[in-house]
Write a protein that binds this ligand. Structure first.
Ligand SMILES: Cc1cc2nc3c(=O)[nH]c(=O)nc-3n(C[C@H](O)[C@H](O)[C@H](O)COP(=O)(O)OP(=O)(O)OC[C@H]3O[C@@H](n4cnc5c(N)ncnc54)[C@H](O)[C@@H]3O)c2cc1C
Length: 412
């Protein structure tokens, strides 16, 4: 068995190299903290990831000197998120109405390119190490404290990383969070989401995020250049029943929702092209134990509604790095510091999850049997009072709290 960080170990080990784990690793390493990040996949190339970067994330990247490199990645800018209704188009969130001159849009960027930028930058820091592919399998304990983690490499060999602080950034299914006895509380969610792609033609709307609402279901489209990233929200738990039918069921539904897509629905060959996202909204009551902290989706699983999960994960990482960098270097992280991280991030998460619940409810409330379908409340309001379109835009773009990088991690 290999023992990484033997002796006094590393200052911090992180399970998971998603947005939260890599950003935290990079910021801490720039502050002189010795960090090991352990990631189970060999690369970042998975299509089941959130790709929306909001203003809060872009501002953080500017602070750490990565704004230019980020904007050099091919991306699409989305200025508005609109409802498509039988009655016409209504803006749900208008980013162009945001105050300030910079980032009056959301950016749609392949998450793997963004993560690779963080990785390459972090690997320039002498105190940073990324180990992959390596699956974290458990926690090391000493007395009542978490003292690091265990992982299995691609040859099946077991390793240990000893650390002063262990951080779970391994997403909504985090195994070490459960092992630490931290169990998330789920809010009731009535929807699941099918995630698939359709070709996009030059004649289609451009730079768009479109939401087609019909009969209590929503088809969302994000302009990704030569394809539409589509999310089709269905009733919770109804996926298996739908999949007993031919996939033409979905093709027909798309055609009913947006007839101009009919010419390309044949691109969905079968149900294998349609991934199911089990939509969850959950959060931990307590994010930490002695020697252990959860961040990002491991602490609070987000719905894809509004496309904010990546940004919240980045904000968690920035707040944690600012609060913990110095105590980590001095090896004196205790409950007080970990509690401070949770306190700092609790309200933004609560408010955003509440916004997502409202979004689910007011766009997806189906008409009662025998009742005529009427316009959902939210588009009705937005159409009547257009300046209101800035409110969802502001909540999505910066949320309740913009977090900043620690001073030692900033670059021009
Ligand atoms: C289909 C879908 C669409 C979404 N759309 C959007 C969107 O448009 N915009 C947006 O902002 N958010 C979106 N989200 C949410 C967003 O992807 C997440 O909120 C965000 O990625 C959370 O970041 P994270 O770093 O906390 O966790 P994750 O991104 O989940 O990263 C966790 C990392 O940990 C690794 N890992 C897991 N287990 C282990 C283990 N045992 N050992 C080692 N490594 C492990 C994983 O491989 C992964 O790399 C979407 C989510 C899904 C599923």
């Amino acid at each position: 068995m290999d023992l990484k960080g033997t002796g006094d170990g590393v200052d911090c080990c992180i399970s998971g190299a998603g947005p939260a784990g890599l950003m935290l690793g990079l910021l801490l390493a720039r502050c002189g903290v010795r960090v090991t990040v352990v990631e189970k996949h060999v690369d970042f190339l998975r299509d089941f990831r959130g790709d929306t970067m909001q203003r809060s994330g872009m501002r953080l990247l500017d602070e750490i000197g990565l704004g230019g490199a980020f904007h050099a990645i091919p991306q699409r800018h989305m200025e508005r998120l609109s409802f498509l209704l039988d009655e016409g188009e209504v803006n749900a969130a208008d980013f162009t109405r945001l105050p300030g001159r910079k980032y009056k849009f959301a950016s749609l960027v392949p998450q793997w390119d963004f993560l690779d930028l963080l990785r390459v930058t972090a690997e320039k820091e002498p105190g940073f190490e990324l180990v992959r592919p390596a699956e974290v399998t458990g926690l090391l304990r000493e007395g009542g404290w978490v003292a690091g983690l265990r992982y299995r490499d691609e040859r099946g060999e077991e390793h240990e990383v000893r650390a002063h602080l262990t951080v779970a950034c391994d997403g909504r299914h985090s195994a070490i969070r459960d092992q630490a006895g931290l169990i998330p509380v789920d809010a009731q969610v009535d929807v699941d989401c099918w995630w698939f792609q359709l070709p996009r033609l030059d004649t289609d709307p451009e730079g768009a995020g479109l939401l087609r609402v019909k009969g209590g279901e929503v088809l969302g489209l994000l302009d990704r250049g030569d394809f539409w990233q589509c999310g089709f929200f269905i009733g919770k738990g109804r996926d298996a029943a739908h999949r007993t039918q031919d996939v033409s069921y979905l093709r027909d539904r798309i055609g009913e929702f947006l007839p101009w897509l009919t010419d390309r629905v044949a691109g969905i060959d079968g149900w294998d092209d349609v991934k199911l996202l089990d939509v969850r909204l959950s959060r931990l009551r307590r994010w930490y134990r002695d020697g252990f902290l959860c961040l990002g989706d491991a602490a609070h699983a987000m719905s894809p509604a509004g496309g904010v999960g990546v940004n919240l994960a980045l904000m968690d990482a920035a707040a944690a790095a600012r609060i913990l960098a110095e105590p980590l270097r001095e090896r004196r992280v205790g409950r007080r510091e970990l509690r401070q991280v949770q306190r700092r991030r609790r309200l933004p998460i609560l408010v955003t999850q509440q916004m997502q619940r409202v979004l689910h409810k007011i766009t997806l409330e189906p008409p009662a049997p025998g009742e005529e379908e009427k316009l959902p409340l939210m588009p009705r309001l937005m159409r009547r009072v257009p300046p209101l379109q800035v409110l969802p835009a502001a909540l999505i773009a910066t949320g309740v709290q913009q977090e900043h990088a620690p001073a030692s991690a900033r670059r021009d």
